[in-house]
Design a protein around this ligand. Structure first.
Ligand code: PSU
Ligand code: MN
Length: 310
């Protein structure tokens, strides 16, 4: 099923290969979150826990990254540790970066966009992460719109996340997704979650309460020959939610420091995440970890139902 031109660049982990061949459920996981989203060793511990949660649901995890120029679909524990220890020394790779990292036999931590591209090569349909990139608040000046959004418009995959952080412009992000035909589903919520808290104050397109119905909607979208992704938004568990009155002040402090230091482009998200974690003395990091694990659990259920529909 894997395209012959692509195969020479791909290393599919044996467990993932078995699952592909038998039509068992698989869930893709990204690696930018490991190298640029969390500090060592919490990054490695979280990646391992995420994989365990998938397995507990009977789903094979495929953490995606580039190692020595090879597109890896499913990292081993040692490979996760290797990349996690290197942290931000590993290049952050989105769509535009991918061919260069491969041609230079380099390592790459894949963003949501690049993870979708590589996961799609192995025909994986469900991917869970923390937050996706979006339209930045100063986009009318900076033109900073994450390539994650473009990818969602063209790659057929369900991406489970906890919405977008209010470091981004949430209504503009939603408008962009609408223009590109990406449906935003709220799992058991009418409100778009805002990553650290459950409600951004903006509505999702559709609320779905049953994971089976999410799987069915995915199937129908692609049966109807509509290419592209669905964004499944899953609110952070209440216990770990940080009220917007508290987190927004911190986000604003982080944003002004970012401007002062002239941090732009692909450095912005990693800078903001670590700054927010520093100011909250790790509280935001704990929230980040818990929402990721919660998304892997939901994504695994969706992947299981989706595999039954095939
Ligand atoms: N949001 C997070 N943690 C992350 C990211 C986003 O809370 O680690 C990462 C994801 O990999 C996402 C990328 O795809 O940042 C978006 O970066 P950019 O805005 O440069 O496209
Ligand atoms: Mn950007």
């Amino acid at each position: 099923m894997v395209n012959e031109i692509i195969t020479p660049y791909l290393d599919i982990n044996p467990d993932v290969k078995k699952a592909i061949d038998s039509g068992s459920p698989i869930i893709a996981l990204e690696s930018t979150i490991i190298c640029h989203g969390m500090p060592y060793p919490k990054n490695v511990q979280t990646a391992a826990k995420a994989e365990q949660i998938a397995r507990d649901h009977g789903v094979i995890p495929a953490t995606i990254a580039i190692i020595d120029g090879r597109l890896k679909v499913g990292l081993t524990e040692d490979e996760i540790k290797y990349l996690g220890k290197l942290g931000n020394k590993v290049q952050k790779v989105s769509r535009r970066d991918l061919p260069f990292i491969v041609s230079q036999n380099d390592n790459g931590a894949t963003t949501v966009a690049a993870t979708m591209i590589i996961a799609a090569m192995a025909n994986i349909k469900v991917f869970a992460t923390g937050g996706i990139g979006g339209v930045h608040r100063d986009a009318n000046e900076s033109f900073d719109v994450s390539a994650d959004l473009q990818e969602l418009s063209q790659t057929s995959m369900a991406v489970v996340c906890s919405g977008v952080k209010s470091v981004l412009d949430i209504p503009k992000t939603l408008e962009y997704l609408e223009t590109h035909g990406v449906s935003v589903i709220g799992y058991k919520t009418k409100n778009m979650p805002a990553f650290y808290n459950t409600d951004s104050g903006y509505a999702v397109d559709y609320m779905i309460n049953d994971t089976k119905d999410i799987a069915k909607t995915m199937k129908i979208k692609w049966n109807l020959q509509q290419k592209g992704g669905l964004l499944i938004t899953n609110p952070i568990p209440k216990k770990y939610s940080i009220p917007s009155s508290e987190i927004n002040k911190i986000i604003n402090t982080a944003l002004s420091e970012m401007r002062e230091r002239n941090i732009t482009g692909k450095e912005t998200t990693p800078f903001l995440l670590s700054k927010i974690a520093e100011i909250t003395e790790g509280k935001s990091l704990e929230s980040n970890i818990q929402l990721v694990l919660n998304n892997v659990s939901l994504g695994s259920k969706i992947a299981s139902y989706f595999s039954e529909l095939n």
